[in-house]
Ligand binder design. Sequence first.
Ligand SMILES: [Zn+2]
Length: 312
Amino acid sequence: MAHKRPDPARSESPLAPRPTNPPPHVYSSIGYDRAAARRDDAAFQAEALRDPATRFLVLHGLKPLFIEDASGPHPLFVGAAALAAHRPQAPFFLGLHAGRAVFAVDLDGAAIEGGTYLELRSVGPSLPAAEAGLLAFARALAHWRLRHRYCGACGGAMVTLSAGHCRRCEACGFDTFPRTDPAVICLVTSGEHCLLGRSRHFPDGMYSTLAGFVEPGESLEQTVVREIEEEVGIRVAAVRYRSSQPWPFPQSLMLGFRAEAPLVEPVIDPAELEAARWLHRSELLDPARRPVRLPNPDSIARFLLEDWLYSS
Ligand SMILES: [Zn+2]
């Protein structure tokens, strides 16, 4: 597929001309048409499910099926004929890619010749953008369906509508739609320094931007101020929106910000962070001097950081 992403291995270059994961960030809808108006078009859906040109992305739970070749793992798309031996749940219609309908379908762990089920995050950074976006969309829908098997209002059984994009209670008629939870993520700067924090769940040595979920009744800017004050005891100002990234691990939308603060020592909340520190731009730009590991190249955290590092 087109829109090949930069090689993540290059992302360690101190002279990278621009961030490795610019907007629209990986896992967004890139290079395909979601064709939302077709979800309730019964004739279109029936024809697409029969069409031998239609491609099915195979899932087992939340893991897509991949094949590996010399260039690495690629999602395995199969035709309708390959589904004939199985009894899949209702497929999710993901949209149109290269003029063909694309669905995601769970084959309950069925063995497919040459394929392996892998966690998307383990391969996402190396995938072409359209494939990463389709897989992220499929994963988010699959997670939502797994968590909405029964009605939240009356406990009744749910049926699937709108080509997988709506669940309706057969008993009371309550409809539920795929969920996405807004979370803010913010790079705090003070002149030539930026503030990074470390969660105990991070890989060894990794530091990243600060983040937290939006609460009901808050604006995004208020969430940024509250979260940073809670996590490191520092009051930020000049909160500016930068860009957003779908983060279907399992169901977040990361809203990326930059903010400014005085260069004061962070006082961490140990329930949230293991450590936090100010780092100078020059020590982050030079891999030989860099005292921390940067956030993963598929993350908006990495973009927010590089966007600042490479700006003049
Ligand atoms: Zn109900």
